[in-house]
Design a protein around this ligand. Sequence first.
Ligand SMILES: [Mg+2]
Length: 315
Amino acid sequence: MTTKIFLINCSSSVRKAVELNYPELVLCDDSSSFDGGVVLESIDRLDFDLEALVATNQNTSLVELQNNDKGFALDKMGKLTSLDSQKLYVDSFYHIGAYRLMDRDSLTHLKDVKDTFSALIGATGSREFSRSEFKKALFLDRDGILNHDGGYLFEFEKMSFYDEITESLKLFKAHGYDIFVITNQSGIARGYYTEDDVRELHKKMRAHFEKLGVVISAFYHSCHHPEKGVENYKANSFTRKPYPGMVSMAMREFPITLVDSVMIGDKKSDQLMAFPGTTFHMKRQYDLSNSSAQIFENYEELKMFLASKFFKGQN
Ligand SMILES: [Mg+2]
């Protein structure tokens, strides 16, 4: 039996390797006719319309090719499989019909949860996590959530913080969440500032919140923009929200139980694709009329909701 797979972003040598080594796989160039999944050389940067592809193909699955440190797989967007007994990353990404090429000679068919999970988590350079280490995560957008959105900010001195978020963050901490910041920084793509500027800023922001009693485990930024950008920064990156690439980056370094996790942001794009956790929106200057997340006017309201409803009955 043959399976038709569709290769995207793959170099000709990878294509050749698949053709030579996997006669059961038929490569097709037409994205509407594959049935086995989509195989990518890298999904850090995309050069196609992922949403359109997923919308028209029920079997879509995305899989990393090659030994790089950016691999992750993604299930059919928005069609999540929940496994009651395994509240793990896999819940959102589990799928049948995905492949992973470890090197030029070994293509792995990820046929069950265990395979998928270890392929996703056990990537080059990251250690395997034991079950008991997994924790819930609170993912925070940065601008408009931790600080007032001043537009392309990169200097700590020019930042004005929403320190009143601190009490809500402490509630999350007390209920076992690790905190991460995931931020689209197209200012890097546009050449307004550098990645080093952003790292430096995040170091200072981390110290700021630590002084207020809140430890932020890590900051992740996406430097790309699909239309605006110099050189390699102009790209439709999987790291750019609403794609969940930065969540995957965090999951490379921290054992995270994704289904129990929470995302807080102020834009529609903060509702991450394929995110199986809970999303909260803070009402700022952006249009949230199509948001399916719960919307809060301010942090007092969020804190009250957390204390009186969300954490009620949790440990
Ligand atoms: Mg924002």
